[in-house]
Structure formats: C-alpha cells, structure tokens
Design a protein around this ligand. Structure first.
Ligand SMILES: [Zn+2]
Ligand SMILES: [Zn+2]
Length: 169
C-alpha cells in the first residue's frame, strides 16, 4: 500500500498525522503460516526533512496461525511501535532505511518487517497450552486422555522421594 507523503514534503519539519488500514497478504515465517485476521492498522506521524521522510507510530495487527503444541488456531494481538526513514537514494549511513520514489512511500514491506521482528519464538494458542498427547494424539487442553496416568504417577513418585530425603536428619 502506498502512503502519499506529498504534504510532508511540502510542509518541511512538520509532524503530520496519518492513519491507514492495510490489507496484508498471508505470509510464511519459520515454517508457520500466518494470516492477518483483518486489515492491519498503521497510525502515527510523517515528517519531511529535505527529501527524506521520517515515519513513526504504531502498527496494530491481529494475526492467526496454528499453535506449535496442539495445532489448533492461535490468535496473536500485536502492537508494534516503529520509527522508519524513507530515502530517495541509498545511503551507507542509513542501511535500515527504505527507498521511495515520487511522492508516496510503500508501507507493505515496512509493516511486514516490523511484524515479523515482533512475532513470538513459539506461537501458542495460550501460554499454558498442554499440547497433544504424544501417544494417542488427544488435545490435552480438552481434558486428560487414558494414557497419561503412568507418567503422572512416576512424576509424583520422584517428588515423594525428594521430599523423604530432605526430611532425613
Ligand atoms: Zn495450543
Ligand atoms: Zn494419550
């Protein structure tokens, strides 16, 4: 999506508000399929400094993917603050800056980059997701399965042994 920066170029040094809704395509990140639940909201300020454009603001996105533990749908609410520069020509001193032509800057790549940098290492449906039983494949968030009594029992046994040792004089 292109954001017109004509006003910012004309009114040098003035912080001008902007607010746009961006339709982002689903994307893949580290093997995870990620799809926006709706338009991504980008709001903030733009400022023209000579022929450079400085943008700062916040990206609000709701993304959907699948939980790495139980494979059910996981929804991520992201609120990502950003500060970016757009230049007419590449500048060695500004390796992270984006380039733009004419009087509009492209937001897609900038927004995608900021979202990706703020994705959690592991996408989970909820923080304490219990995952699937490795034996029968049941989603353990929906309740225990029949094959989980054994490891649970041995875990308690280990705890009991530790307790006993501590209590010994
Ligand atoms: Zn899960
Ligand atoms: Zn099971």
């Amino acid at each position: 999506m292109q954001l017109s920066v004509q006003k910012a170029l004309q009114r040098q040094g003035e912080r001008l508000e902007f607010r746009v809704e961006l339709g982002l395509e689903p994307f893949e990140f580290c093997g995870d399929q990620i799809a926006p639940c709706g338009p991504v909201l980008v709001e903030g300020h733009m400022m023209g400094v000579e022929d450079r454009i400085e943008l700062d603001g916040v990206i609000h996105a709701r993304l959907k993917s699948s939980c790495v533990r139980c494979l059910s749908e996981a929804v991520l609410e992201l609120r990502v603050p950003f500060t970016e520069k757009y230049l007419r020509e590449p500048d060695e001193e500004e390796p992270d800056a984006f380039l733009y032509e004419a009087s509009a800057v492209d937001l897609d790549q900038m927004v995608l980059g900021n979202l990706v940098m703020n994705l959690p290492v592991q996408i989970l449906c909820k923080e304490d997701c219990k995952g699937l039983c490795p034996k029968c494949g049941k989603n353990l968030n929906e309740g225990p399965c029949d094959c989980d009594s054994e490891p649970l029992h041995s875990a308690f046994a280990v705890l009991k042994d530790l307790k006993l040792e501590e209590d010994e004089p």
